[in-house]
Ligand binder design. Structure first.
Ligand code: NAP
Ligand code: ZN
Length: 414
């Protein structure tokens, strides 16, 4: 389900009715369905699901080695499974690098009550094509490619028709999703050595980009780039606020600067000020908990991208917008944000959500990154460090994205 809304209201996640059913939590929605958020009983689909999984795995696709979380401790450990037998339009990809998004952390810890264990996380994937089905037209063995947050959509609804496949009700997430077109099997993500995906959800990585620094762009990059394009937050001279200087936020700063904007970071971490200005090119840096600093910036921003992963007050952020300014919420705290009418009505301000970006946006974002030499700031790790990395991510101790050297950790999948 889409996470696109004009106005956030103070109720638990307000996803469309039925989101918890066939294409519900973990399947269509990256976030919890309302019923999961309210912790109502789970649908009795687990036996059926186990059978579907068994059926899928008996199909004898390529053996894969990944790391999976088995329960809400979130602890990851080695996990063997099979990829599906490739179809005509499928591309087989040897995974080289996979970023660790905070969404992976939310999911393995079951923050959103939608985890379908075992969960193999990972949706910021860069790899090399090792095989293509007979109907594949856009890729060949040896191509360097990326796979992001989703690997399927219905391809017949209004959203898909408009190229907004990221808002398709039948979206199939790359990890912890339900693969409707392939027996309803749960999807396993990029913390694994091999992936099979339809070519329609695979993007080309432009030459010249460092592959480890590109992996986070497949989710973090497109999640900020897409709403910046949609809301006109890509125009030189405009003033952009970026709330939360993490994986998403630091890439938003880079895109904002590449668009020629004035960029102000709004952060809880004073220790990030120097890097934000000297290394990432931000123009200004506000501490969100410093009332004087926030007051001095009232009414100065054309747009704000809010990437914060935990609950936080948004009224002080909305005060930073000019009249008719636009806030875009991309962070996904499990606790609902509060939106008083007075924070948006007098200034005619907008609050929108954004769910990653379409495949088309993702390709355009990569081309833009290639042209402007944009990559994430990364700490490259081996897979056996992943549990420590998750702990550090939870403590806001990463500058600014962990990326797993998957091929260097799990050997080579042919
Ligand atoms: P991240 O690297 O952990 O960054 C989140 C940042 O939020 C932190 O660096 C921190 O920045 C700030 N923060 C953390 N706790 C906070 C608190 N209690 N109050 C205020 N600020 C706090 O996470 P990420 O990978 O960028 O993801 C951010 C969020 O976006 C997650 O909820 C994730 O699930 C979501 N997400 C959504 C989409 C989408 O399509 N909408 C896509 C990807 C991710 P400072 O230190 O600067 O304060
Ligand atoms: Zn992500």
């Amino acid at each position: 389900m889409s996470y696109h809304c004009r106005v956030l209201v103070p109720v638990p996640f307000h996803y469309p009715p039925g989101a918890g059913a066939r294409v519900g939590a973990g399947a269509g929605s990256p976030f919890p369905s309302a019923s999961r958020a309210l912790r109502l009983p789970r649908p009795r689909a687990s036996v059926e699901k186990r059978e579907q999984v068994a059926a899928m795995e008996e199909q004898g696709g390529q053996a894969a080695l990944g790391w999976a979380a088995r329960d809400d401790s979130g602890v990851l450990s080695p996990y063997s499974f099979s990829r599906r037998v490739p179809k005509d339009d499928d591309v087989t990809i040897k995974v080289l690098y996979c970023g660790i998004c905070h969404t992976d952390l939310h999911v393995i810890k079951n923050d959103w009550r939608n985890a379908m264990y075992p969960v193999v996380p990972g949706h910021e994937i860069v790899g090399v094509v090792t095989g293509v089905g007979g109907g594949v037209t856009r890729f060949k063995a040896g191509d360097t490619v990326g796979v992001g947050y989703f690997v399927g959509s219905c391809r017949s609804c209004d959203s898909c028709g408009k190229g907004d496949d990221n808002y398709c009700a039948g979206i199939v997430l790359t990890s912890n999703g339900v693969d409707h077109a392939h027996g309803g099997a749960p999807t396993r993500g990029g913390f694994s050595d091999v992936l099979v995906a339809s070519e329609h959800y695979v993007v080309r990585v432009p030459d010249g980009l460092a592959l480890d620094r590109t992996a986070p762009l497949l989710c973090a990059g497109v999640t900020v780039y897409s709403p910046m394009m949609r809301h006109g937050l890509n125009e030189p001279g405009k003033h952009l606020g970026v709330v939360g200087l993490g994986g998403l936020g630091h890439v938003a700063v880079k895109f904002g600067k590449a668009f020629g904007m004035k960029v102000t970071v709004i952060s809880t971490s004073a220790s990030k000020r120097q890097e934000a200005i000297e290394n990432l090119g931000a123009d200004e840096f506000l501490i969100s908990r410093d009332e004087d600093q926030m007051k001095a910036a009232t009414g100065t921003m054309d747009g704000i991208i809010d990437t914060v992963s935990a609950w936080h007050p948004i009224t002080p952020l909305l005060a930073l917008l000019k009249p008719l300014g636009q806030m875009v919420v991309v962070g996904a705290p499990s606790k609902p944000l509060e939106l008083p009418a007075y924070a948006i009505v007098p200034g005619g301000k907008g609050v929108a959500g954004n769910n990653v970006g379409s495949v088309r946006d993702c390709q355009a974002m990569l081309e833009f990154a290639g042209k402007h030499g944009i990559g994430a700031e990364v700490e490259v790790i081996k897979m056996d460090y992943v549990n420590t990395a998750m702990e550090r991510l939870e403590k806001n101790d990463v500058r600014y994205r962990f990326v797993i050297d998957v091929a260097g950790s799990l050997g080579s999948a042919a």
